[in-house]
Ligand binder design. Sequence first.
Ligand code: FE2
Ligand code: FE2
Length: 219
Amino acid sequence: MGNQVYRLTTPRSDGEIPCHQYLLVDELSALISLGTIQMVDEVRESLPIPVSRLTYVVTPHFEGDECGGLARLLELAPQVVPVCSHTCARQLFRFGICHSSLIVSDGDRLDLGALRLRFIATPHVHQWDSILTYEETMGILFSSDLFMQRKDTWGLPPEALMAEVVEVARGIMPSPRALGQALEKIQELDIKVIAPGHGRLLTSNVESYVSALKDVAKS
Ligand SMILES: [Fe+2]
Ligand SMILES: [Fe+2]
């Protein structure tokens, strides 16, 4: 059975930057990041598989554009299992959104079939409960708000794209120490593509983005 990775891009009515959701389809399927409550119906309609075939929703952290639509999705597709950190699962439970998330810790793996996910705990990288997702067979790092871009970077030359990635990281990372620790872990991965939750895919010179953010962590 073939496996596929899709990127959905959902515009936002509130004028904020568009969000990407990534769907991995194999024997099991996982949607990485969901979107806000205002976006969730559009995201569901954009899925190339019926929502009844969706197995997991990976929630990189507890924030509206990552999981604001989760309660609505679980109404429509109660078989879906949220996957997140322990801290995030606590929020989902205490806000009455989900009673039984699949909690993952640093280095935990989740096989979808041929596709294999590994989770990287990155606490206090942007949010206190953050995890990133790495797909091992293709070398894709689903980096959520790390390496994201706020402005439209389509067509920008590499140096301008890099400048935007660095500027955004300077603005939204609360702890340089936590950022540095996360980047140490990221450097050990064999990354071919960085797939952020907002902005362009980073497909070449991936190491240069990692080392640029290491400089941010030191500053
Ligand atoms: Fe976020
Ligand atoms: Fe985000």
